[in-house]
Design a protein around this ligand. Structure first.
Ligand code: DX5
Ligand code: ZN
Length: 232
């Protein structure tokens, strides 16, 4: 059984003056997760949202939060983010930012949240292989983190496949960066099941329609794949 396809909308491309309206709109379209990109200006060349914004978003939606920490010293801020999210949803940290991933995993779990671990396009999969049985999700970056609207880096695809091979079934594989209706099929065929999209949703003429289209194409791709397997 494959893990369910979930679409996670990154609000990095939403209008920050209208977060409530934008979030209510994607909620009505059946979005599975709200992806919040946290950047510190050190690990990545951009600064975005802190616990204060997470708390505000949590107060207006029931959609689970998917908090992507692109920050150095995540251990200093995890408790504040977990409290802002009321201990529900998932916090993902980057393997490149920590010395002892086990401690970070425990810290997030202690706060009652699910745990994700992420790796940049240039970071080899081997760096996270030892942790796949301890986390709920691995996030494969398919752009260099920092900004939405970048082009998908194809070398992420074999990393997804490798992770899907070695990880327990229940672990989710998330892809983040440059996802469009044109490349989502190959991404899910390699085994990713949580798909992050910022521009493909919020820069579309109709974000609700964009979510439905992404989901439809992803589900079709998997069904076709399953048919092919049966016919072999
Ligand atoms: C990039 C962020 C992504 C970004 C994705 O550093 O982690 O979540 O918002 O944006 P798109 O979907 O436009 O590539
Ligand atoms: Zn992200």
């Amino acid at each position: 059984m494959r893990n369910k396809i979930k679409i996670s909308a990154s609000i990095l491309s939403a209008n920050p003056m209208r977060f409530e309206e934008e979030i209510k709109r994607i909620e009505a379209a059946g979005i599975d997760l709200i992806h919040i990109d946290v950047m510190d200006g050190h690990f990545v060349p951009n600064i975005t949202m802190g616990p204060f914004i997470v708390k505000g978003i949590k107060s207006i939606t029931k959609v689970p939060l998917d908090i992507h920490l692109m920050i150095e010293h995540p251990e200093r801020y995890i408790d504040a983010f977990a409290e802002a999210a009321e201990g529900s949803g998932i916090i993902t940290f980057h393997i490149e930012t920590v010395k002892n991933p086990k401690e970070i995993i425990a810290q997030i779990k202690n706060k009652g949240m699910n745990v994700g671990i992420s790796l940049n396009p240039d970071t080899p999969v081997e760096m996270v292989e030892n942790f796949v049985d301890q986390v709920d999700m691995v996030l494969v970056m398919s752009v260099n983190p920092g900004f939405s609207g970048q082009k998908f880096i194809p070398k992420a695809l074999p990393k997804i496949a490798r992770l899907r091979d070695i990880a327990p079934d229940k672990m989710d594989v998330q892809i983040d960066g440059g996802v469009t209706p044109d490349n989502i099929s190959e991404i899910v065929k390699e085994g990713a099941n949580i798909i992050v999209a910022a521009s493909a949703i919020f820069k579309a003429k109709d974000p609700c329609n964009a979510i439905k289209t992404l989901r439809y194409i992803a589900e079709q791709a998997i069904e076709k794949d399953a048919d092919n397997l049966v016919n072999i």
